[in-house]
Design a protein around this ligand. Structure first.
Ligand code: HEM
Length: 439
């Protein structure tokens, strides 16, 4: 247990970010309905970026915690340096604290996802370096024979470095002085950063699935590597679908459109095949983790359908900037990323969970899944109605009135979604804290 305590601290940090994030998300959604709600302290312009920053912090803290847990198991040796990992943990916590304190004092850089002062990124680069050193020195990967999840983790680690540096090129006049160049590079970096965290998450999902079924072939199969290379191609090129409105070279957009469609198809296929092999193996040891994977699979398919639709340039020109884009972003970060992270966390703790915790996580998952469905459909309804109303030439006030019923549905289902998330998060926080104390 002791050797994993740093991993558990990161997972706890992740849950703290998640709970704070959904509190700000809930406030932001209420501000859709009551624009003056808490306007003096935190207007929507502030609550939204704080919510998004904390949501991204949840994803990173949790996936890093899971990787810290898995790497000694994969390598068959202890973590290279507990001290480096503790410094990493302190720096990451400090970064989140500085960023959120800055937001509360009204500091926003205006850069999506990276709203904190640019110098804070130097802390991120330092702790990422510490993480990379610990990872590489523990795993000492022999890439020629390494399973696919090691390739995914290495790629995610490397591309995070590249994209965080790229995301700061706007500090140079060459980029900052040209709005098209600036927008293109900003969204190229953001799109690829999402690709980098996807690599880290998919790697953890593949490892957990391999462990659950005991099917060691899975990590070496051609289909898994085909998926990996497709993920890599997506990471490098699909960002173009974020820049359809930018008058850049059309080839970028065409390539992005074709590539964007491919990744989710393969991921859905891998999860589908795994579900079949899980059922065949008669394995019943991780039923709760299995349920999270099943729900993630459904969300991959739903997001795939939406992604295909909104990546068609003709449709994209109407949907861009509406709640449909928000549905796409939250559908993916909650339905796919969060579900896969929770699947791994469940896999790690399932055998240690008390019956009451298992029950409340199971109920939380059901509540999360169905409320997310209403949440997502409400956003789509609001986005479609808004796009049509704008096309018809309605005024802003008329558009706002027309989408109001959908926003009520969005906020109401958001409250239920938060209840589901809390049921899961508090059960894990309690279990992990008890284990830490026992240690
Ligand atoms: C695991 C939980 C969640 C994650 C990972 C998440 C993630 C995100 C992301 C990535 C965005 C940016 C969307 C974009 O760029 O278009 C966003 C926006 C937003 N989220 Fe969430 N979210 C979560 C839960 C919630 C909940 C529970 C609520 C409300 C009850 C909520 C309300 C909002 C609102 C109001 C926005 C701003 C939408 C806009 O720009 O108009 N989120 N969220």
């Amino acid at each position: 247990m002791r050797q994993h305590s740093i991993a558990y601290r990161f997972i706890l940090l992740g849950f703290a970010c998640l709970l704070l994030s959904v509190s700000f998300g809930l406030t932001a959604s209420l501000q859709y309905l009551f624009p003056h709600f808490l306007n003096e302290q935190f207007s929507f312009r502030n609550t939204r970026p704080i919510h998004v920053f904390l949501a991204v912090s949840w994803i990173f803290a949790c996936v890093i915690g899971i990787i810290y847990k898995y790497i000694p198991d994969v390598a068959g040796r202890a973590l290279y340096s507990g001290k480096l990992a503790r410094v990493h943990f302190a720096l990451q916590t400090l970064t989140i604290f500085i960023a959120v304190s800055g937001f509360c004092m009204g500091y926003f850089s205006g850069r999506e996802y990276l709203e904190f002062p640019p110098w804070v990124s130097s802390l991120i680069i330092v702790y990422w370096l510490l993480f990379a050193i610990n990872f590489l020195m523990t795993i000492r990967p022999k890439l020629a024979s390494a399973p696919v999840y090691i390739w995914s983790w290495c790629t995610g680690l490397l591309f995070f470095f590249i994209t965080i540096i790229e995301a700061h090129l706007w500090l140079l006049p060459y980029f900052n002085d040209n709005i098209i160049r600036d927008l293109t590079v900003q969204w190229k970096a953001n799109g690829s950063m999402v690709g980098a965290w996807n690599m880290l998450i998919y790697g953890t999902a593949m490892y957990a699935m391999e462990q659950i079924t005991g099917d060691k072939k899975m990590g070496h199969q051609k289909i898994s590597f085909a998926f990996y290379f497709l993920g890599l191609t997506n990471l490098m090129f699909n960002w173009g679908h974020h820049t359809y409105i930018v008058p850049a070279n059309p080839i970028v957009k065409q390539v992005a459109y074709i590539i964007s469609m491919t990744e989710l198809v393969l991921l859905a296929n891998i999860l589908w095949q795994w579900k079949i092999s899980y059922k065949k193996s008669g394995n019943t040891s991780y039923p709760l983790a299995y349920r999270f994977f099943k729900v993630a699979d459904t969300w991959i398919l739903l997001n795939l359908i939406l992604a295909i639709a909104i990546s068609v340039p003709y449709i994209n020109q109407y949907t861009h900037g509406t709640q449909i884009t928000v549905a796409h972003a939250m559908g993916a970060t909650i339905g796919i990323n969060t579900m896969l992270l929770l699947a791994s966390v469940t896999f790690i703790f399932e055998e240690q969970l008390h019956d009451a915790a298992k029950k409340s996580i199971g109920i939380g998952l059901t509540v999360m899944h169905y409320s997310l469905l209403i949440f997502w459909v409400s956003l789509l309804g609001a986005g479609i109605t808004r796009a049509i109303a704008l096309y018809e030439g309605n005024y802003f006030a008329q558009v706002s009135r027309k989408i109001m019923p959908y926003l009520v549905g969005f906020s109401a289902s958001g409250v239920v979604l938060v209840v589901g998330i809390c049921l899961i998060a508090f059960s894990f926080i309690k279990t992990i804290s008890e284990k830490q104390l026992e240690d």
